[in-house]
Design a protein around this ligand. Structure first.
Ligand code: C5P
Length: 232
């Protein structure tokens, strides 16, 4: 899998999701299904989108005791998605359990990546609320290394951290980066953000773009702009 733009399809139901995807007229962008859509429609929406030929990043961010995560990943492995994820803060043992659960009897499995620190978290909230006092990039690198040691394929991090993750964990260790905004874009709740062009320069493998595309007057034009800036 190469560099790509993943669209966060944060919609409340299947109807809105397919109305959105149909605007792409036969093109099949890489789709991220998150909690909102999954919890409203259930696993059927994942099967349906896969059946239509899209690549799917199932972004459920599992974080629980290792046994529960393992058993849940066994269920998710049957959905045949391309990428799944967990929170790295669930510990290495939890990440190893996730990997075990996700691996099918024939040895195949979707890619598994770990969320380091959410791109909506900044240094101040991490220190004051989570009582983590180290600098953000050290925390992200430490979590990334834990994920690598647990055998995962990469991390979700801010594009601003992608270069360092590659330096420390190897260039093949995937960096999937939300927090993408155009220079004049609205920040919303995201804090550690950058543009698609800058994410490319820093070396992110995948950018995840949600509201910049889904809430645009012309989503296809904005998607094309992301592809031009990040992939081409
Ligand atoms: O709308 P926006 O571009 O901010 O959407 C970003 C998407 O990436 C959301 O679906 C959000 O759940 C997800 N995400 C994130 N930060 C992470 C992991 C996932 O923003 N660390």
């Amino acid at each position: 899998m190469g560099k790509d733009v993943i669209i966060a399809c944060d919609f409340p139901n299947a109807g809105q999701t397919f109305a959105f995807l149909d605007m792409f007229a036969g093109r099949k962008p890489f789709v991220k299904i998150g909690m909102e859509l999954f919890y409203s429609e259930g696993p059927g929406i994942v099967r349906e989108i896969k059946r239509k030929g899209y690549k799917v990043f199932l972004d459920l961010k599992l974080h629980d005791i290792p046994n529960t995560v393992k058993r849940t990943m066994m269920v998710l492995s049957g959905l045949d998605v391309d990428i799944c994820n967990v929170h790295a803060s669930g510990t290495k043992r939890m990440m190893e359990a996730a990997l075990e659960g996700l691996t099918r009897p024939d040895g195949t499995r979707p890619l598994l990546i770990a969320v380091t620190q959410l791109t909506s978290t900044d240094q101040e909230s991490m220190e004051k609320e989570l009582l983590i006092k180290e600098p953000m990039d050290e925390v992200v690198m430490h979590y990334a290394m834990n994920a690598k040691e647990a055998g995962l394929d990469g991390v979700v991090c801010s594009p601003l951290e992608a270069e360092k993750v590659h330096l420390e964990c190897g260039k093949d260790f995937l960096t999937v980066t939300p927090g993408i905004r155009f220079a004049n874009g609205v920040m919303g709740d995201q804090k550690r953000v950058t543009t698609p062009a800058e994410a490319k320069r820093i070396g992110a493998d995948y950018i995840v773009v949600g509201r910049q595309i889904t809430a645009a007057a012309d989503p296809v034009a904005v998607y094309n702009r992301c592809v031009e800036e990040f992939v081409d």
